[in-house]
Design a protein around this ligand. Sequence first.
Ligand code: SAM
Length: 209
Amino acid sequence: MNYKKAREHMVESQIMNRGILNEKLLEIMKQVPRHLFVSKSMISAAYDDHPLPIGHGQTISQPYMVAIMTDILELKGDEKVLEVGAGSGYQAAILSKLAKKVVTVERVKELAERTKKLLKKYKYENVKVIHGDGTKGYEKNAPYNAIIVTAAAPKIPNKLIEQLAENGRIVAPIGPRWHQELIRIKKTNGKLEKDYFGGCIFVPLIGDD
Ligand code: SAM
């Protein structure tokens, strides 16, 4: 398969066609080799328009979902970003090209270890992978200018709101098990403002908070 062509087609047909026109993000999605992050047996489907299993009952999100969540984080390049749910590491690789520093937390040890190795191997050097419960955030590097939660929860965990910097953004799928709403929260003068970006379905966020 010509992966470069597959990526270009993915970006044009799945992302631009659905109205995402953030040039920097589109360029990065044309460059980051998604097929290196999926399971070996799924390589031929790496650029298809849906999520894929990555083992342990978890998934790599649909390319469009990665694109819209990243787009609405409104990254300028100088941010410290927290991702909850590292999964395959693909979303973290995209974020690493759009922000200064990325901390990504994953609760499944094997996935955290695999992602750490992959990101190191392919030189995504500004990403730190932590094995742990991301509902607690990651206090050591807080506060974060942007937080992205890539697993579904009934509400945003309090710790994440606490660890969000002033003028920061949180993007997360919020709602019951089989249907969530993609929401963005912005913190301005300590106040939270919420915007809605449509329906989605994610695997559950499993944690203490
Ligand atoms: N962002 C990922 C990617 O690019 O492949 C996709 C993430 S997948 C949809 C959701 C991930 O969240 C799973 O890997 C799951 O194990 C993880 N997860 C669920 N609850 C978690 C928690 N409390 N802390 C950290 N990770 C969690």
